[in-house]
Structure formats: structure tokens, C-alpha cells
Write a protein that binds this ligand. Sequence first.
Ligand code: BES
Ligand code: MN
Ligand code: ZN
Length: 502
Amino acid sequence: MEFKIKTGELAKLKTPCLILGVFEKRKLSGPAEAVDEASGGHLSEIMKTGDLDGETGRTLMLYAIPGISAERILLVGCGKRKELTRASYRQALSAAIDLLQRIHAGEALCALPDLAPEGTNPYLAVRDAVTAAADRVYRYSATKEDKQAPKTPLRRLTLWVSNKEDLTQAEKAARHGAAIAAGVALAKELGNLPGNICTPSYLADQAVELGGRFDKLRVEVLEEGDMEELGMGALLSVSRGSRQPAKLIVMDYRGAQDGANPVVLVGKGLTFDAGGISIKPAAEMDEMKYDMAGGASVFGAVQAACELDLPINLVGVVPASENLPDGAANKPGDIVKSLSGQTIEILNTDAEGRLILCDALTYSERFDPELVIDMATLTGACVVALGKHPSGLFTKDDKLAAEIMAAGDAAADRAWRMPLWDDYQSQLDSNFADMANIGGRDGGAITAACFLSRYAKAYRWAHLDIAGTAWVSGKEKGGTGRPVPLLVQLLLQRSGELTAEG
Ligand code: BES
Ligand code: MN
Ligand code: ZN
């Protein structure tokens, strides 16, 4: 899908469909008023019918409007004028896109960014429109016939800005938004693909393909033999119970002129988590195909950095494996030696994410990172603690925490900080190894982060537990593409393309 920016007199702009906002109680938005005037009061006349009172997400399609160049006008309810939040703005946009996908317009001109939802600026209003629209347009069809697929898919959305001075910012927003949206779509697709297709090898192939698309991206895949040689005993112990060979995927993007230290993103790439010998209950086990969502978000962020040609160095590291029960699988009580040299007693084979991540974190030292952020669907406990709205953020680095939280806020992909105090560390004590891989019932998301912290001492580091945010269950089951928006926002800020305010 293509995104463009336009300014000029709305009534005179040619488009198959012009999208205008309407507020509660039947109040036309600014752009709608201008169009109303040009049409000789046609819109206010229609508003009198009461068919659309302005409730968020309600829509009304109008045809053959006098004095207007657009073939149709789509009126969208945006709620109360004073209460237009980013969330309700996205909701209104989604509803408009939904309707557009069911008609034969193919493209549209949207004046909603002019409504300046609370907490935005012209840049964010345009970027939000782009990402919300793309979010709605994404459909999964890799393994099923998409019977409800739109006959005339939306090919182009043009965002209208009233002020010529905002054109540069708006164009930048459209470019950034499109890259974020493409990263989100990639992460969604990888998360949605089943475990028998999206295996560690499949992820590795995807990375190699990505590397082929961009000159500044070099991709390397470490095989089990390489990992053996390095001494990645923790990662390899997880994959031993699976017939699919583990892969350690490294995507190295060099966008900075100098040899600046890279940001390293590490993502859990567990392509199916049955729990291993500590097997999970059958109900909803299918959803554990998304246990590679952290890795998928690394793919999405790396792709966005490449597409935007960001002037930074960025390394994506994705340890990829399955976690299955098998005669060779980890058993409770087994002790393995990690790449760091520390030994781990595996008390629960279902706490496998930290086992593959710890070796990837140690491996990341070799890139001499500016900072490392890992993303992982790590614990059910994080979902219990925070619900499904924010990702859990863990770091001892206050400055980094503030930077990540601000990026999440700006990208409408929020994170919330959890404690990472040393008080929790003793829960990982083991009588037989340097540490156990679980810390008991209390504070499960925190002890998981504590475990990782022991492998991330050589650099600035933060951990995002995305178990609650990377996926939605129920009728709309599927990947969300989070936290790609947060990550790309952070990269944009770090590369000087943006301030936290846009
Ligand atoms: N992949 C799961 C965590 C998870 C649970 C993600 C639910 C998304 C939704 C992880 O590997 C896991 O199994 N964690 C265990 C840890 C426990 C054994 C200490 C958990 O959360 O139950
Ligand atoms: Mn598990
Ligand atoms: Zn897992």
C-alpha cells in the first residue's frame, strides 16, 4: 500500500473517496465544514437526518455531492470534539479503512490528520493515520483462502494537510509510517505462520532474503556445529529435543558513516514452545507458535532501518529453536553450561526462552554494543502482572528506561517499567549449579529478567517481556507486530531523525 501527502482546496481535489470527520452531536469537523460550504450546505443538510451523530467509528457514505470533485464522501464519526485521543482517532480511521475495503474505491483522500488528536502534532497525526490504516489492511492468507478479501483492495491512501508549512513533516511522517507499517506486517506474518512452516530454518532463510534486498545489511547464520564450537550449551540444550536444527541469526546493518558502536536487538525466536518435558496443557498450546515474536520484531525493526536508510549501526540477533519433548530433550534437574561459562540447573524445561537468550546475550558482546535490548515472549507472569496493554520493561539503567518508555509513548506501543532489584536474585539460587532457570511462583517475570541480567553485564541493557502484547487471543487471534513501532521510534530518535516529540 502506498501513502501520499496532499494539500490544497479539498472540494477541488479529485479522488474516488474523500474521508471527513464528524463529531458528536452532528458537528462537522473543520475540513468537513469547508466541503459543506463548497457543496452549498449539502453535508449539513444530510446531518439533519440524524443518520450519523458522530459516535467514534460510525460511518456514512455519500454519493453525487454537488460542487465537489470527489466521487464519494465518507463521513466518519470521531466522538466528542474535546475527547479525540490517539486511540479514538485510530479507531475512527480503522472504521473508515474497513468500509473502504468493502467498496470499489481503490484509493482515498483522508482529511482526518487535520483534526489533531490530543498528544499529537502534524507529524504524529499523519504517521498514526498511516500505521492505523496499514494495521487494518493487513490480512493473513498464506495458508487459507481469503474469502472475504476485498475485491478492490486499497492501493493508495493520501493524507491531506491544511497547512503548507506542515508538508515536509507530513511527508517524513508518511515515509516513517510506511516503514513502521511494513515492519509490523512482517512481524505479524512471521508470528501468524504455523510452527511447521515457520521453523528456525525458515527464519534463517527469511533473514538471508532480507540481506539480499539491502546493500548495507549483512546476514550470517550460525549452525549448531558453530554453536557447539563456541560453547553455547544453554541454547543447544533446548534445541536437542527437536528435529529442527537451531539457528543463530545475525543481521548486521551498517548505516553509520563511522565505526559507531551498534545498537543490538536480540529477539527470542522460539518457533514452537510445547514446554518440553515440563509439557504445557493442551488448551491454547497452538498459540505457542508466536513464541518467536521477539525475533520477528527484530526482523521488522531491521527491515525498517534498511528501508529508511537510517544513519546508525544496528545488529539483530535471533536465537531460533523449537522446544519439544523427546528422548534427547532437557530433563528437570539437568545442568548445562552456557557460553558465559556459568552453569544452569534446568528445573523447568518450559523456562526455555531465557536459555536460548542467555547465550545470544553473551554472543552479543562481540559487537561491542552501544546498548542491547532484548525482546521476548518470556513469561505468562508478565501478562498476569501487567495485562495485555504494555510490554514489561526491565533495566537498571534509568536513562535507558526513560528513553524506551518515551519511544513507546510516541509510537503508541507502550512499555511499563518493572523492578529489577537484586532482592529477587536469590530466588534463582541452586544447590547444584551457578543458578536455576526458574525462581518460583513469586514475581515470575522479574526473576526471568534477573536471570537474563546475569548475562548482560558487559553493556547497557534492557529487556522487554512481550508475552502480553505481541499477540491477541480469541476471535481476532493473531500477531500484533508489537513492539516494532517502539523499536523503530527508538532507532529514529537515536539516529537524529526525530526527537521524542516528533
Ligand atoms: N513462551 C512462554 C511464555 C508465554 C506464556 C508466552 C504465555 C506467551 C503466553 C515461556 O517459554 C514459558 O513457558 N514460560 C513459563 C516460565 C515458567 C516455567 C517459570 C511460564 O510463563 O509459565
Ligand atoms: Mn516455555
Ligand atoms: Zn517460550
